[in-house]
Design a protein around this ligand. Structure first.
Ligand code: NAP
Length: 358
């Protein structure tokens, strides 16, 4: 099979490194270009990343000697060399919006990990198991941008990738209200314990912008396609507190939920066990076989034991029980830089290829 040629914009960063490493031995994708800021441009990838390599697995050999390009200045050359790009850059929101539109208008599809375009109504924000039908807005987006091939598709924020998958199969019972507290890893801020020593033995009760994203983004995921845009859902009501904890990778969430028609515990467990989405139906290479795993043990899921489940692409759930204020409470966990960031974007790119958008 001919492989798709792929570029990674922001390839030197924390999420970018994951993209680069997920391209190693990918059955459909082949890493061709890495781009970053002018600080890295012109250096080999190995030199540009230097001591910032944050993954346990070594830097892929095929990436080491790639000469890093300037994401902005070399955009036209990059767009002509690849079939699509992943984007994971740390820049101002308006700069990211402009950069991603520039690639789309150069007829290069952009699969983005950034939040900049999440609220653009004709940009689909996709969790492949949840709302693959939102890809339909790409036609309208191409019309607006005046492109034939180019478009932008994004994934949602990492914080909600643990609890929205768990809530989604239960929507038939009418989810009335949700309270969630997230316990988020330091890699979510692009950091390690070496680069953020203040996080050792510490908890910080604030992650800028995260609570708003955790409460609002589910409304777009659960929205409907109407006249070429996504019309957001207006319920359920979600309230969130997001807390940074001394964990390298893995976001945990403690969830409380009430329903319009309260299901039994058995019904919930059955729905979690049987749930699968478009990613499983299409048997996409990065899709977990079983998306939601329920653990019976009271002390699971645990971050270190369970974050890498199904290559970090599955969601683990545990401790489902009745609550005295809400109908139920439970705990869930997902890997924030795999399912929550680069892995989720790779799965989205696979979906876009399988559905003939790329
Ligand atoms: N970490 C996570 O778990 C996570 C999860 C979801 C979403 N995100 C989002 O993903 C994005 C990247 O996050 P990260 O944690 O990977 O950040 P990071 O480690 O700080 O990396 C930032 C990347 O952006 C590049 N960059 C900075 N300024 C640039 C410019 N002017 N032009 C081109 N490239 C530029 C950097 O290149 P240089 O190396 O050359 O400076 C680097 O490759 C952010 O928008 C973040 O909010 C992160």
């Amino acid at each position: 099979m001919k492989k798709y040629k792929v570029g990674v914009i922001g390839g030197t960063g924390m999420v970018g490194q994951r993209f680069v490493s997920l391209m190693e031995n990918h059955p459909w994708f082949e890493l061709k270009v890495i781009a970053a800021s002018p600080r890295s441009a012109g250096k080999t990838y190995e030199e540009a990343v230097g001591s910032r390599w944050a993954l346990e697995s070594p830097m892929p050999e095929e990436a080491k000697k790639i000469i890093v390009k300037d994401a902005e200045a070399d955009a036209a050359a990059i767009a002509s060399e690849v079939d699509f790009v992943f984007s994971a850059v740390d820049m101002k929101k308006d700069e990211i919006q402009a950069l991603e539109e520039k690639y789309a208008k150069l007829e290069c599809p952009v699969v983005s990990n950034n939040s900049a375009h999440r609220w653009t109504p004709d940009v689909p924000m996709i969790v492949p198991e949840i709302n693959s039908e939102h890809l339909a807005v790409i036609d309208a987006q191409r019309k607006r941008l005046g492109t034939k091939r180019g478009f932008i598709a994004v994934k949602s924020n990492c914080s909600l990738q643990s609890y929205i998958p768990a809530l989604h199969p239960l929507r038939g019972f009418g989810i009335d209200k949700v309270l969630v507290c997230t316990y988020q890893a330091i890699s979510g801020a692009g950091k390690t314990f070496d680069t953020w020593p203040e996080m050792v033995d510490n908890v910080i009760p604030y992650i800028g912008g995260e609570e708003e994203k955790s409460e609002r983004e589910p409304m777009k995921l659960w929205g409907k396609v109407e006249n070429g845009v996504i019309v957001n859902a207006d319920s359920p009501s979600i309230t969130a507190q997001c807390i940074r904890v001394p964990v390298s990778n893995g976001h945990m969430a403690a969830v409380f939920v009430s329903f319009k028609q309260k299901p039994s515990q058995e019904e919930i467990l059955k729905l979690w066990k049987s749930f699968s989405g478009r990613a499983q139906e299409l048997n996409l290479p990065t899709a977990p076989k079983q998306f939601l795993h329920y653990f019976e043990d009271d002390n699971r899921p645990q971050t270190r034991l369970d974050r890498n489940l199904e290559n970090g692409m599955a969601v683990s759930i545990g401790r489902l029980r009745p609550d005295c204020q809400y109908d139920y409470k439970f705990v869930c966990l997902s890997h924030n830089t795999l399912r929550g960031a680069a892995g989720g974007a790779v799965l989205l790119a696979e979906l876009l290829c399988a559905e003939n958008y790329i």
